[in-house]
Design a protein around this ligand. Structure first.
Ligand code: EPU
Length: 426
């Protein structure tokens, strides 16, 4: 077990590069199951989750080569594939649920272990199930497995999601591409990752209209072909660096970042006094060394403020000028960062799904603990604006979303290193 050791008093300056989005890459790997043959994915992040997904695909009978340093995954899918995703893998990687749609479409059956609760709230699968049922599958849970069956194949259907769930939209999309007839999915998620999957599926021969809007129309085809596809840039990693620059009164160019995918978040930062510009290679957030103003945030599905950036908004407002209210509308238990920020001296109070913060000039270094990827990265950033040393335990959480996080921080001038979790706190 390792932790990050963060020396406070840093201001981040320079450039940092973002690669493909974790939350797209994993789904694209699942989408590869829809065609036999060799699919090649590039701009893949070098993270453990990709290794776990590769193992899951291998157990289904695929050959998978993952060159993490080159950012390339090649998946060779046989004609006949397995249809069971075991609990040990699903438990380690909740995104494994995204094989559900492709497997039922390809095999007429999918048995996917139901993931347990995780650190950011209970996240149901009812919308995934309802979507597949509308396409003609029967879905039930037995012995901890969600079993979807469509022995005679899927058919097109009209589906209106109660909530624009990212995962349910993806599963319906990946099932409907091989269904007989046309599917209309209303109140679909609009995230750039949905557009990315639709682009890859289109490259495989699928017929999809409206991805990126709330109505997606899918005309089923009988067969898809393998393809090559470059993963869309990670907007959450890009947003992490934008907040890191703003929180530390720095100046950072996010190479590979797409400002358009971070509209509301970047608008907030420029409204608070930062200068945000698009550059040839990405975008840049500069503060001129000034302490920025506090701002309120309410998380919403895309294009709203992303829940995955909410912990960064907490860290930012902990040291911003003024008071702010942060409202979490997507996940009920996503405020674990608050207690840890309080250990660092933040003036923050949780009230239901709101947090009230009053910015202080500087935090005060202490040992804290990461509860998930984003909380962990946000605590490292908070450590940069704390006096003295902060240690963030649970480095493995951060590694799931950010390859080489400490090295990237060092490249921006911060003193962030890794050390064993039981090293003395100095
Ligand atoms: N929900 C249901 N029933 C369902 C599906 C979702 O009630 O059948 C609820 C969830 O409980 C939650 C809300 O709907 O309250 C949003 O869930 P959604 O399905 O949109 O999220 P997800 O697909 O499970 C992805 C990302 C998350 C990100 C959310 C929201 C992946 C692997 N995960 O999760 O990313 O927070 O969308 O944008 O794509 C992360 O990267 O750290 C992360 C947690």
């Amino acid at each position: 077990m390792e932790r990050f050791r963060v020396v406070g008093g840093a201001s981040l300056h320079g450039e940092v590069t973002v690669v493909g989005a974790k939350n797209s890459a994993l789904k694209l790997m699942a989408a590869a199951l829809l065609a036999s043959g060799r699919t090649r994915l590039t701009n893949m992040p070098a993270i453990l989750d990709v290794t776990i997904m590769a193992e899951l695909l291998r157990r289904l009978g695929c050959e998978v080569d993952y060159e993490a340093d080159a950012g390339v995954v090649e998946i060779d899918v046989p004609q006949v594939i397995g249809h069971r995703a075991d609990y040990d893998l699903v438990r380690a990687l909740r995104a494994s649920i995204s094989v559900l749609g492709p497997l039922v479409a390809r095999c007429g059956e999918a048995d996917v272990a139901v993931p347990g609760g995780d650190a950011i709230g209970s996240r149901g699968l009812d919308l995934h199930a309802a979507g597949l049922e509308a396409l003609g599958a029967t879905v039930h849970v037995t012995h901890g497995y969600l079993i979807a069956e469509a022995p005679n194949g899927l058919h097109g259907g009209e589906i209106r999601l109660d909530f624009p769930s990212v995962g349910a939209t993806e599963n319906v999309l990946m099932a409907a591409v091989l269904a007989r007839g046309t599917t209309v999915l209303t109140n679909a998620a609009r995230e750039p990752e949905i557009v990315d999957i639709a682009a890859m599926l289109t490259g495989m021969g699928a017929r999809i209209r409206g991805a990126g809007t709330s109505v997606i129309e899918i005309e089923g085809v009988t067969e898809l072909a393998p393809t090559q596809h470059a993963v869309v840039a990670d907007r959450i990693a890009a947003g992490t660096w934008a907040f890191a620059a703003a929180t530390t009164r720095g100046d950072v160019e996010v190479v590979g970042g797409v400002a358009d995918h971070l509209g509301i978040a970047l608008d907030h930062l420029s409204g608070a006094g930062a200068t945000v510009t698009t550059t040839d290679r990405g975008f840049r957030v500069s503060t001129g060394g000034a302490r920025l103003r506090a701002f309120d945030v309410a998380t919403l599905p895309y294009p709203g403020f992303p829940t995955d950036l909410q912990p960064f908004a907490l860290a930012y407002n902990a040291v911003a000028d003024g008071s702010a209210m942060i409202t979490e509308n997507l996940f009920e238990a996503r405020f674990r960062t608050v207690q840890e920020l309080a250990r660092l001296g933040a003036e923050a109070r949780v009230d239901g799904h709101h947090v009230m913060l009053h910015g202080v000039e500087q935090l005060s270094g202490a040992p804290v603990e990461a509860s998930d990827i984003r909380a962990g990265a946000a605590l490292v950033i908070a450590g940069l604006v704390a006096e003295g040393v902060t240690t963030v335990s649970g480095a493995h959480h951060i590694d799931r979303g950010y390859a080489g996080f400490a090295a990237a921080m060092q490249g921006l001038g911060a003193d962030v290193t890794r050390e064993p979790d039981d090293a003395p706190y100095l």
